[in-house]
Design a protein around this ligand. Structure first.
Ligand code: SF4
Length: 290
């Protein structure tokens, strides 16, 4: 595992993501190493092989300084603008406990009296450390990515991320603190078409934490992800792999969309962007900062 301190050139990056005007990625690389991670394409920008994803993290030591300068340039203290932490890394992965780059960036936003929406997206309960700052921000929402309710499944697909039980607990705690939260159910894992009751159970458990808003996303199966999946998924049931491959197929997604619709209605959740997101290709250089 390689951890390196680097000096970044920029930090507040304009975004074409549907619900973000800017993204902040305090780190390059992500130790959580999820085997379906679309951000693994970042390897090519730092001279790494795609199979190194999860094995390196570059720490942007000057991120807060850069953010301070960038935020001062925003009109009206950023009113109406949404900043997402993060798009190609997890802002609360393990190194954050030591370096606190995400925390320092949030402190900048508090000090600047930032008026836009700050949206956090993570798989880690380390996010709870920063509740004091969340309480000070004018407009903040915190999202936990939850792709399954079974720890065994999350351990398999999201190798080094905190297990899902901890993520449900984190949502519950954030809700109990009166903070606005959402769950990001993505990518949808392949067994949900075969076992719709599992998606039903997942949505039920999200609702039970007190969270009402969800994003749902179909898996992105670009060639580089498929190649990584094939290498990492040694031993995975062939039938499950077939399901993965068929998620490129519109009929499969339509079937899944119907299941999602039923579950959303049943558990009275609010699905953001109105339906499940599907990124055909997501190599969006606008979301990259080194
Ligand atoms: S936590 Fe997010 S950025 Fe990190 S490896 Fe997993 S999917 Fe990729």
């Amino acid at each position: 595992m390689e951890i390196k301190e680097v000096v970044a050139k920029s930090i507040l990056t304009p975004s074409k993501l549907p619900d973000a005007d800017f993204v902040v990625n305090p780190y390059t690389g992500c130790r959580f190493g999820c085997i379906y991670c679309y951000a693994s394409f970042m390897c090519r920008y730092v001279g790494k092989d795609i199979n190194d994803w999860g094995e390196f993290v570059y720490v942007k030591t000057n991120a807060a300084e850069l953010l301070k300068t960038a935020v001062l340039k925003l009109k009206n203290k950023g009113i109406g603008k949404r900043i997402l932490f993060s798009s190609v890394t997890d802002p609360y992965q393990g190194v954050e406990a030591k370096y606190q780059i995400t925390r320092k960036c949030l402190e900048v936003l508090v000090d600047a009296d930032y008026q836009g929406l700050v949206s956090i997206l993570t798989k880690s309960d380390l996010v709870l450390r920063d509740i004091d700052l969340f309480q000070k921000l004018k407009n903040i929402e915190i999202g936990l990515t939850i792709t399954s309710f079974e720890d065994g499944i999350s351990r398999y697909f999201e190798k080094y991320a905190p297990n899902v039980t901890q993520r449900f607990e984190a949502l519950r705690k954030l809700n109990s603190e009166g903070l606005k939260t959402y769950a990001f159910v993505g990518p949808l894992l392949p067994h949900f078409v075969a076992y719709p009751e599992k998606l039903d159970e997942l949505f039920k458990k999200i609702k039970e934490t007190g969270t009402n808003d969800i994003y749902v996303e179909h898996i992105n199966l670009s060639t580089y992800i498929l190649n990584r999946l094939k290498k990492e998924a040694v031993g995975l049931d062939k039938a499950v792999l077939e399901k993965f491959y068929s998620s490129k197929n519109k009929d499969y997604r339509d079937q899944l969309d119907l299941i999602i619709k039923d579950c959303v209605k049943k558990h009275q959740l609010n699905i953001r962007l109105e339906s499940a997101i599907y990124h055909k290709e997501s190599l969006n250089s606008a979301n990259i900062t080194l």
